[in-house]
Design a binder for this molecule. Structure first.
Ligand code: UT7
Length: 332
């Protein structure tokens, strides 16, 4: 039975940097509050008119280049986003069109912060089964256009940000040692409304009303404390389950990349797993929380800086809206 492996990674963030002081000019917040409660120092937000393709295409091209491939070598796209350009169609087809790689299948998945981990598991299964050879997995978000940037929305607006990360997956022989080894995936819809966007939605006719707009139902809503409480339990639990499934313990792990939700969440995860600083990578300080893009952005930084090397045992773990969460274990 063959395995899949990550052959190349890439990322792209908008060139517009938004500092904590910039946010303090929009709402009642401060650089000190944001740093102390979230670890975030700055984030990138799109300019008006920028689309998913503006972020996902450069990320995908960098991943292809790193893999020594071109768009013509790709057989399928798995596109994870919780903030699509349009209700329909999904973002995958816009990337397919921009890549100019022919009429590839393009699958959008809507599993929010866990989107990239879920996307890897789909691509891995497709490759293992022999259905496709090389798959582009993308996590991309434009959150900044969906947040209330007044003081009412400050607990959300200071966290979330825009960006894209991509990975190219292809088949490898298990004798090579490397590849995606195991997954652990979950959801719990009892908490669906703790981190959500109510409208527009097809349960409403029309899908959004003036009343809903006036009530701010189009903005991302979050019960921050509840999300925090579940995240710090679920991520260590799931990452350990995936590791056990792969036959390893935390002593074997070179690097954990946790979803970059809040630096305090990553620190709590590290503490509960008793990991050393060199075993955990965080970059939320520079990018904020880019939802499905945090893990591939961090992964690409680790590869390019030499923090992640051939033979390393890598663990990815994510938690977010749904609630949905999951982990992956990868021999790099
Ligand atoms: O991507 C995965 C999903 N998301 C997450 O994992 C996020 C999880 N949650 C969090 O990161 C944290 O809950 C937040 C950073 C969102 C909030 O931090 P917190 O320590 O849980 O603060 P809180 O919501 O309990 O609010 C504490 C105080 C409140 O004031 P009072 O009621 O104590 O007077 C808030 O109104 O801080 C206030 N506050 C702020 N003050 C300044 C909330 N947001 C801000 C802000 N600036 N941006």
């Amino acid at each position: 039975m063959r395995r899949s492996a990550i052959l190349g990674t890439g990322f792209c963030v908008p060139d517009r940097i938004v500092t904590n002081d910039d946010l303090a000019g929009l709402m009642d917040t401060s650089d000190q509050w944001i740093r102390e409660r979230t670890g975030i120092e700055q984030r990138h937000w799109v300019r008006e008119g920028e689309t998913s393709v503006d972020l996902a295409l450069p990320a995908a091209q960098r991943a292809l280049e790193a893999a020594g491939l071109t768009a013509k070598d790709i057989d399928a796209i798995v596109f994870a986003t919780s903030s699509p350009d349009h209700f329909c169609p999904g973002n995958g087809v816009y990337l397919q069109r921009a890549l100019g790689a022919g009429q590839l299948p393009a699958l959008d998945i809507r599993t929010q912060c866990s989107g990239f981990v879920y996307g890897l598991s789909v691509a891995d299964a497709w490759i293992r089964s022999g259905q496709f050879e090389r798959i582009l997995v993308v996590g991309q978000e434009i959150q900044s256009t969906g947040m209330d940037v007044s003081t009412d929305g400050r607990h959300v607006a200071v966290i979330f940000a825009d960006g894209a990360g991509a990975a190219v997956l292809g088949p490898v022989d298990p004798s090579e040692g490397r590849g995606l080894l195991s997954f652990d995936l979950h959801s719990d819809g009892d908490h669906a409304e703790k981190l959500w966007v109510d409208a527009p939605g097809s349960m409403y006719h029309p899908r959004i009303s003036v009343g809903q707009l006036e009530a701010g139902r189009q903005w991302l809503q979050m019960d921050g404390r509840e999300v925090f409480r579940h995240a710090v339990t679920r991520m260590p639990e799931s990452a350990t389950a995936a590791l056990t499934k792969a036959g390893y313990t935390w002593n074997d792990v070179s690097l954990l990349i946790p979803h970059q939700a809040n630096l305090r969440i990553s620190e709590a995860v590290q503490k509960s797993l008793k990991l050393r600083d060199d075993q955990v990578y965080n970059n939320i300080m520079r990018y904020g929380n880019t939802t499905s893009a945090t893990i591939p952005i961090a992964m690409d930084e680790c590869v390019r800086s030499g923090r992640l090397k051939r033979g390393d045992l890598l663990v990815l773990t994510a938690f977010g809206s749904g609630f949905m969460w999951g982990s992956a274990v990868i021999r790099w």
